[in-house]
Every structure is written in C-alpha cells, then in structure tokens.
Design a protein around this ligand. Structure first.
Ligand code: 5AD
Ligand code: SF4
Length: 448
C-alpha cells in the first residue's frame, strides 16, 4: 500500500513470446504482496513495466517509442504531484540495458529476465535514487527459487521449464540475450504443476526457448517429464513449446501416440524449406529430417496439428530457395504458422553475410507465403466441421449464455451453454469455422 493506504497501480505491457507472458505473470506475483493492483492502462499506473522482445528490429524499436510515450505520462503525473516508476524488463533490457540507461534518463530501472525476483529491492532502490539502475545477470536457478507461489488466473497456464539456447542459429539473438541452456529440476517443475492444478488449472503448456532440449536431473528428458506430469490427477492436458527439430527424440515422438493427456498439437519451427539456407542458418538439419519427423508423428498420432515458424529473405535466399519453402508447406500442410521477414540483428553472424535481400523482395515473398499458410489454416479449421471435439471450457463469451473454450488443436471454440463451468471438458459438435476459431453446439460432458 502507499503511505495513504491506497493501493498502488501496476501496469505491465508484454511483448514477444510466451516466455515473456509467463515472466510477466511472475513479476505480477512478486509485486502483488507489496500492495499493487493491476491497472488496465498505463495512464494512472504508479509502476509501469515494459516486458520487451529483442528478436526482430521492429520489436526493439517499439520499446524506444513506448518509452517516449511513457515519458510524457510521467511528466503529466509529476505535474499532479505523483511519481511514476518506469521499469524495462525482458530481452531488450538484457541485451541493451546500458544503452537504455544512457539514452533514457526517465527509465528508473532496467531488469533482465533472470533478476525479476529482485524487483521489490530494485524498486525501493529506484525510489531512493540509490545504487545501480541496471540488473541483468544470468542466474536462472536463483530466479526460479526466489519467485513466490503462482497465482493462476484461469484454467490454462504456462510453466517455464527451460531457458536459454546453445544452438546459435546465425540469425538469432536468443543465445546472446537469454544465455546458455538451463533446465529446472524435475521436482521443482512437478511442484509448480501440482500447485497450479490445486488452484484450478487443467491445461499446462511447458515453455522453453528449446523446450525439447530439456535435461532434468538424473538424465530426465522432456518425454520423462511429461510422463511424470501426466500422473497428476486433475491436470488434464499437456503441451510444450518451442521445440527444435534436432531435439525431437524417439521417445518424445512415441509419447504423442501413447499419452492421451499430451495434446495433438506441435509447434516445430522449420524456418526454411531450402537445405542450402538451412545450412547457412546453422539449423543443423535439412528438409528431409523435418519431413521425416512429421511422418513419424503422424504415424503415431494421425490427427496431430503441426505449426511452425518461417523466415523469408534470409541472406542469399534465391527464388529457387523460396520455392523449396513453398514446396515444403504444400507437402506438410500446417494447421497454423508464423512467418517473418528476415531482420538483421546486430552481433549475429547472418547480419554480416553477403547477399542481404531487399525489403521489397522480402515483402513480396512473405505475402505469397502467408497467402498459402492462411489458406492451409482455414482448411484445417474447416476440416473440423461435423466433428465432435473435447473442448476445455476457458470462460464466458461476450453474449449471454455463450462460452469459449479450447480444442485439442489449440483452436478457440465458441459454443452456447449457460451451465458449462470453466475447467470442465465438454464435447462440442463443430458446425462452423473461420480463419481463427470454431463454433459449435454442446454435446455430453466428458470429464470434470
Ligand atoms: N529475423 C526474423 N525472424 C526471426 N526469428 C528469430 N530471429 C529472427 C530474425 N533475426 C523468428 C524465427 C523464430 C521466431 C521465434 O522468430 O522464426 O523461430
Ligand atoms: Fe534462436 Fe535457433 Fe536457439 Fe531457436 S534454436 S532460440 S532460433 S538460436
């Protein structure tokens, strides 16, 4: 509470991947006991945290323009006799912390992804204007040990089990911003999953930059961890993201056919369909290996939905290379995908490569790729019409009596039912579909 006993308002803006969504929740959990309440807008917030993303140039630029907006907000509040603390968290904080401190005096503190447990101390320091404004070291275990118990706000939750990356794809900043691969011990992950389940969570998505490179204590891999988690009563659904093709081990592939709690959906970035480009990207696999993984997954789980990431216009990419990407898309058939124009990131090997591709060529290729991918996504959704799917109820829709939920394939599902409770798994007959969601009518309830 503030001196007058009025709760302080906290606003957290999250950019980038699910790891940041998870981290923002954990920051909120650290700060709530100090008397903060969540604000919907930064306007009246006493503490504003930008949880930033460094992956592409556009994401990084957004941070500096947002800081500019917050400066005005801070000045306006100062005129009203109020103080505002501005904190920059996430990967831009980690990678460019010193530059932010230099360029943006209105920023009170810069906190890297491994130092969130120190937020209360850093905020106090900022208020006293003593000590360093920057905390950005790599000590993942200390962070996880020090963070308080989770307070989930729904029936689905993320759970971070692995951070960092040693793969060094030539386009990517993650190995520099998030550091070497680190896996949390099995018992810590199980304890967090049990606590979430006790508080009503029914579906957990395990997170990591290279989640299938997970190596717990005693040699446990991701498949072992998933099996342990599947034993938790009340925890009905498991997912994991993001994976690397070279870490798709035989036991993990087999588990997709053997463990009913493991949902039939996999996000497996491929980046390109050209072997020449995959080599230049240092992806350590070719198109054939990727196709083989999908064939093996579909052999054990025929309905598995596959999602992926692409980069177009990587240095040296020719029209022929791009055709190979389109051919891979046509062969696999993706349920969903993210695709990006290559963005040169300072300090990464690809940024210094010859044959940088022009923006217009990148834009034109991206448009062609996205047209094909969005057609596939629509077709995948349409293929659900007439099927009856088990849907995890996630909450109420905007209209009275309407509920929303999540299909096994991660699609949003809308259906009418005044009585369904969040957390139940109900069967829904799918009657229509759109680009991003399904709609249906309720069948019988299958599980509580
Ligand atoms: N330019 C464009 N896209 C990138 N990604 C990572 N680095 C870059 C970059 N420099 C994409 C990849 C990755 C996703 C998270 O972001 O496709 O899988
Ligand atoms: Fe980046 Fe490659 Fe590591 Fe993924 S595997 S985080 S793309 S370096």
């Amino acid at each position: 509470m503030s001196e007058r006993g009025v709760p302080k308002q906290l606003f957290i803006e999250t950019y980038g991947c699910q790891m940041n969504v998870y981290d923002s929740e954990r920051m909120r959990d650290v700060l709530m006991p100090l008397g903060y309440v969540l604000a919907n807008k930064p306007d009246e917030a006493d503490l504003v945290i930008l949880n930033t993303c460094h992956i592409r140039e556009k994401a990084t630029e957004k941070v500096y323009s947002e800081i500019g907006r917050l400066r005005a907000h801070k000045e306006r509040r100062r005129g009203e006799g109020k103080t505002t603390t501005i904190a920059i968290a996430g990967c831009v904080a980690q990678a460019e912390g010193e530059e932010i401190i230099r360029r943006a005096p209105e920023v009170d503190l810069v906190v890297g992804p491994q130092a969130y447990h120190k937020l209360p101390e850093l905020i106090a320091r900022a208020a006293r204007k003593t000590g360093d404004r920057l905390a950005a070291e790599f000590t993942a275990q200390e962070k996880f040990d020090a963070l308080p118990a989770r307070a989930p706000d729904g029936v689905t939750a993320f759970l971070s089990i692995q951070e960092g990356c040693d793969k060094f794809c030539t386009f990517c900043v993650v190995p520099y911003t998030r550091g070497a691969e680190f896996s949390r011990p099995v018992k810590d992950v199980l304890a967090e999953a049990r606590a979430l389940t006790d508080r009503g969570v029914r579906e957990i998505t395990l997170l990591g930059q290279n989640v299938n490179a997970y190596h717990g204590d005693g040699g446990a891999g991701l498949a072992d961890l998933l099996q342990e988690l599947a034993r938790i009563e009340g925890l009905e659904r498991l997912r994991y993201t993001t994976s690397h093709p070279i870490e798709m081990s035989d036991d993990l592939i087999a588990l997709h056919g053997a463990e009913p709690k493991l949902m039939p959906y996999l996000h497996l970035p491929v980046q390109s369909g050209s072997d020449r480009i995959l080599r230049a990207m240092n992806r350590k696999h070719d198109g054939a290996l990727y196709r083989d993984i999908i064939v093996r997954l579909r052999a054990v789980r025929p309905d598995i939905a596959v999602s992926t990431d692409f980069i177009v216009g990587f240095p040296g990419e020719t029209e022929k290379d791009f055709d190979a990407t389109l051919a891979l898309v046509a062969d696999i058939g993706f349920a969903s995908a993210y695709s990006f124009k290559y963005s040169p990131r300072p300090g990464t090997p690809a940024a210094a490569m010859h044959g940088q591709v022009g923006e217009d060529v990148k834009a034109e290729r991206l448009a062609r790729l996205q047209a094909l991918l969005s057609h596939q996504q629509r077709a995948f959704n349409e293929a659900q019409i007439g099927r009856t799917l088990p849907v995890l109820v996630t909450g109420q829709g905007r209209q009275a009596g309407q509920m929303h939920g999540r299909s096994p394939y991660l699609q949003a599902v809308h259906f009418d039912d005044a009585h369904a409770e969040p957390g139940e798994i109900v069967t829904v007959s799918i009657v229509s579909s759109s680009q991003n969601s399904l709609a249906g009518t309720l069948g019988a309830m299958v599980a509580a």
